[in-house]
Design a protein around this ligand. Structure first.
Ligand code: ATP
Length: 352
């Protein structure tokens, strides 16, 4: 019996609802398969925990997390805590502390789901986001607070090592996809230093992957291409900030923010990787039992893949797609189903 140790951090808003749904599906898969099992530990780290204790992650918390095979994460963000405090308090210390530099975000219009695109074009993209530096390196400061001469700086930090490893990762991934196509997204017309370095290193790495077709796009131009010519894109590599924005657009174009999954990978496996839906806490629907758990199920499939359970990952994706195709949809997809009903439908399919 293979046992996978999972750290579950539901955190804020609908996070715990979708993580519990995801664990139900994972446990069903394990039961039906019979050859692997999950050992799950729940961590109560959230904004509520922060308000009570003054920190999201207690002393020694990251050391404890290190012992797990993967982290299954819900969402962080609360109306009572400024967003930059919650993000830097919980998600970023894990992603940066565990050098999860490759953030992989697939986007696809699942069967039975309607894309807002005019002609219902097929979308099948993977966005690779640099997840350890760039605009979110945390480099900057403020001086003369509150005075008319106040200054705030936010410096993007790009290192050769950081840029090269994300490009290499993106090329490896693109090479494994049927279309073998990689689009580099930067803003190297207006930003002459770090972005031009991104372009140059991309060209260098490309030489090692002659089988991958490449092209380049500025970040503003790629938004129109995503909407008007979505079929011309396949794998996309972009900076931390650019890919963050593009993947929300990708999720919306795939039908809902409730569908998009993400994997924060430490490809060298020195640390556990983290799997989460791309959506946030969604206060407007928290506690109503109508959060779409599909993004979390899909990210669970990515987690299975990472844990070496490729067959189970395939089974889970097939179950997710069978359920979206059958029309059991939560309200964000225009349906009336609850989180529990979608979860049950996926579990029933897996149990067949
Ligand atoms: P963040 O800043 O943390 O990324 P956000 O405030 O930009 O979050 P979300 O909290 O993700 O955005 O919510 C944006 C909208 O999408 C809300 O109207 C929310 O209800 C909807 N939404 C997000 N996730 C889901 C989901 N899983 N199921 C249904 N609707 C969702």
């Amino acid at each position: 019996m293979r046992t996978h140790k999972i750290a579950a951090i539901g955190a804020d808003g609908i996070g715990p609802e979708v993580i519990n749904a995801g664990l139900e599906v994972l446990n069903t898969l394990a039961r039906v398969d019979g050859n692997f099992a999950f050992e799950v530990e729940h961590f109560p780290w959230s904004s509520e925990y922060y308000l009570k204790h003054g920190h999201y992650i207690p002393e020694g918390g990251l050391e404890k997390l290190k012992q797990f095979d993967a982290i299954f994460f819900g969402a962080v963000g609360s109306q009572e805590v400024p967003d930059h405090v919650s993000l830097w308090g919980l998600r970023l210390p894990i992603a940066q502390g565990f050098d999860q530099y490759a953030n992989v975000r697939p986007a696809r219009v699942l069967p039975g789901v309607k894309s807002p695109l005019r002609n219902g074009e097929a979308i099948d993209w993977v966005i690779v986001r640099e997840n350890s530096e760039g605009e979110y390196a945390g480099h900057g400061g403020r001086a003369h607070r509150g005075l008319p001469i106040e200054v705030g700086t936010e410096t993007a930090v790009f290192t050769r090592a950081g840029v090269e490893r994300i490009h290499r990762f993106a090329f490896e991934l693109a090479a494994k996809r049927p279309r073998k196509h990689l689009t580099l997204v930067t803003k190297s017309n207006a930003q002459r230093f770090g972005m031009v370095m991104w372009d140059e290193i991309f060209a260098e790495v490309a030489k090692d992957y002659p089988e991958v077709k490449t092209d380049r796009e500025l970040v503003d131009a790629v938004t129109t291409r995503m909407v008007l010519k979505p079929q011309t894109l396949d794998t996309i590599v972009a900076t931390n900030l650019h890919a963050d924005i593009l993947s929300d657009l990708a999720a919306a174009l795939s039908g809902s923010l409730g569908i998009g999954p993400t994997a924060n990978l430490n490809p060298e496996r020195q640390f556990p990787s983290m799997f989460e839906p791309i959506h946030g806490s969604a206060f407007d629907i928290t506690g109503k039992g109508i959060a779409n758990p599909t993004a979390t199920f899909w990210t669970a499939a990515m987690m299975l893949e990472h844990l070496g359970e490729a067959d189970a990952a395939k089974k889970l994706m097939a179950a997710i797609e069978a359920v979206t195709a059958s029309g059991v949809h939560t309200p964000d997809l225009g349906g009336k189903a609850t989180t529990a009903q979608v979860t049950k439908a996926v579990c029933d399919y897996l149990g067949k």
